[in-house]
Design a binder for this molecule. Structure first.
Ligand code: FES
Length: 573
């Protein structure tokens, strides 16, 4: 039996003469100074996601050195290669718009270039999902290393961090409680160094769920970016990548349906970001796995929030690291987990957990008997306003608003929101429901994190801190409030959200899992007949054209249909 090509013989450029292709490849790679001995080793690719625009990836060069050291100690040849890097604050129109581009870049570069395994370096919100989507599609041995969270900053004795406190202070600024000079001074302290947002935002959520999925070695989810432990984890990851190259353990062997159930349970237990559900759906879709949202709600009903981190709780990621990282969470959940899932370590999740350091007294990861929040951190909603689903993060909401009926105050798109939200004559009270539409995957485009609709200035000045807010947008995992997100189908493709008018009554009942528009169906039918889709004047060419043609709704992870293992073209309207 002929063995599949490995190392430099893998995926030769096509000149019609494979001998010449290999000769040419070796001639060029030797310009890098490699010996034949080096070139005969297992080759470990390393995605270089450093960028001068990506502060969350500031430590990537150092991580690459540690990973290279691990690869060489294990007898492999490390080869870093650049791919797209995305930072939340430097991505127009949104980072979500670009996530699939990064996934395509990573997928094709891993497939095109000779490597026997690959270390994926992610960190900032969209980079981990993009890399795991790519790894799932290529299905070549792969292992994740994350940059790790930032440590916290301090402002006049107040411990603070990105970006829950960014929003807290900005809300105070809008309410007139924090002046111009002070908000600038606070801005100097919110992101004090390398690494990802240090609350339970999307980056932390994806790091921990990726560890639970089995794609990262144990202990990698919570270690701060600046800690020496992070570099040691990277070195061991590099060494493990060589073993993966030899063993041939693939992402599809690790990311099974049971592994996704484990990740969804961890998502609930950590009080994770709502974005986590979208990204896990996208990764699963690359493997032909559909997440079951009824099962997600069932998992949520049995899984309280255990991790006491902002925005649902009090602490920051460095506190979780000091409490033992993900291990105490997994230990608490173990009876409900599929512990026989394989992980990138080569062992099972249960064996990884047995090998973890023993527990010690701590108060960041709470026991099931004394949780931070008694049930589902988040819940998928249904109803006539969201036939394909919507999502609410109950753990970060105001309990009294979780069952609420109010009058709709509608903003037709982001520009309308910006123009009118603070208008002194806006007809709005604290009991109303703020509605934002045309901010979904296609509508914005790029499904911005605009679901955290600001409290109108005149209400904020009166001390109003929260209102029911609903949209087809996403929300940063660092945000908080009674906010219904990801309404699907979105308004821009004619979902019921497009039909809501000022003054309509909207009923939210999070316990019952419903979001309803209390308007007669005959009236909605008339509005539906009169509805016209919004125009996208710049959509005739380029990536935007591809994006608008292909992007799916939130329940399919906003992936491109043609990148899923099983496309669902028929669901695009
Ligand atoms: Fe990169 Fe928050 S902006 S993780």
């Amino acid at each position: 039996m002929t063995r599949p090509p490995s190392g430099m013989r893998k995926g030769l450029a096509n000149y019609g003469d494979s001998g010449f292709s290999l000769f040419l490849r070796k001639a060029f790679i030797k310009a890098m100074g490699y010996t034949d001995d080096a070139l005969d080793r297992p080759i470990v690719g390393i995605t270089d996601t450093f960028s001068g625009y990506n502060a969350c990836h500031r430590s990537v060069p150092e991580l690459i050195e540690a990973i290279k050291r691990g690869v060489m100690l294990a007898g492999g040849l490390p080869v870093p290669f650049p791919i797209v890097s995305i930072h939340e604050a430097f991505s127009h129109p949104t980072s979500m718009f670009l996530r699939n581009l990064m996934a395509m870049d990573a997928e094709e570069m891993i497939r095109a270039q000779p490597m026997d395994s690959v270390v994926l370096i992610g960190g900032c919100d969209k980079t981990v999902p993009a890399l795991l989507m790519a790894a799932a599609s290529v299905d070549r041995p792969a292992i994740l290393e994350v940059t790790g969270p930032m440590i916290t900053g301090s402002y006049r004795g107040d411990r603070l961090g990105a970006c829950t406190d960014c929003r807290r202070f900005w809300a105070m600024h809008r309410a007139g409680e924090v002046g111009e000079a002070e908000i600038d001074a606070i801005g100097d302290k919110l992101a004090p160094g390398p690494g990802t947002c240090m609350v339970m935002g999307t980056a932390s959520t994806m790091a921990l769920t990726a560890e639970a999925l089995g794609m990262m070695l144990p202990g990698g989810g919570a270690t701060p970016a600046v800690n020496a432990d992070r570099l040691r984890h990277a070195e061991v990851t590099g060494a493990r990548a060589v073993a993966l190259a030899i063993e041939g353990l693939k992402p599809s062997d690790i990311m099974t349906a049971d592994a996704f159930d484990n990740a969804l349970r961890v998502l609930q237990a950590i009080g994770g970001s709502t974005n986590g559900l979208v990204h896990l759906a996208a990764i699963a879709g690359r493997l032909g796995i559909d997440l079951d949202y009824d099962a997600f709600n069932r998992i949520g009903a049995e899984t309280p929030v255990l991790v006491d981190l902002k925005p649902s709780g009090r602490g920051y990621m460095e506190d979780l690291d000091k409490a033992g990282g993900l291990a105490p969470v997994l230990r608490e959940l173990a009876p409900m987990l599929a512990t026989d899932c394989r992980t990138a370590s080569g062992r099972t999740l249960g064996e990884d957990l047995a090998a973890a350091a023993p527990p010690w007294p701590q108060d960041v990861v709470r026991p099931l008997t004394d949780p931070v929040y008694p049930h589902s951190g988040m819940r998928v909603l249904n109803g006539n306003l969201a036939p394909n689903g919507a999502l609410i993060k109950q753990a970060a909401a105001t309990p009294a608003l979780l069952k609420h009926t109010g009058r709709a105050v509608v903003f037709s798109d982001l520009a309308d929101l910006a123009a009118r939200i603070d208008a002194p004559d806006l007809d709005v009270t604290a009991d109303d429901v703020l509605v934002l539409r045309n901010a979904g995957p296609k509508g914005a485009p790029g499904m911005p994190e605009a679901g955290y609709i600001p409290i109108p200035k005149k209400l904020a000045a009166d001390g109003v801190k929260d209102m029911v807010r609903i949209s087809d947008a996403r929300m940063s995992g660092t945000a908080f409030g009674t906010i219904v997100l990801h309404i699907s189908p979105e308004a821009a493709i004619g979902g019921p959200l497009a039909l809501v008018e000022d003054g309509d009554r909207i009923a939210l009942d999070a316990d019952a899992g419903t979001i309803e528009l209390l308007v007669d169906e005959s009236i909605l039918a008339d509005r539906r007949a009169a509805w016209r889709p919004p125009a996208h004047p710049e959509s005739e060419r380029g990536y935007l054209r591809l994006y608008l043609d292909q992007v799916l709704q939130a329940e399919d992870g906003c992936d491109f249909d043609f990148l899923r293992k099983v496309p669902r073209r028929e669901r695009i309207t």
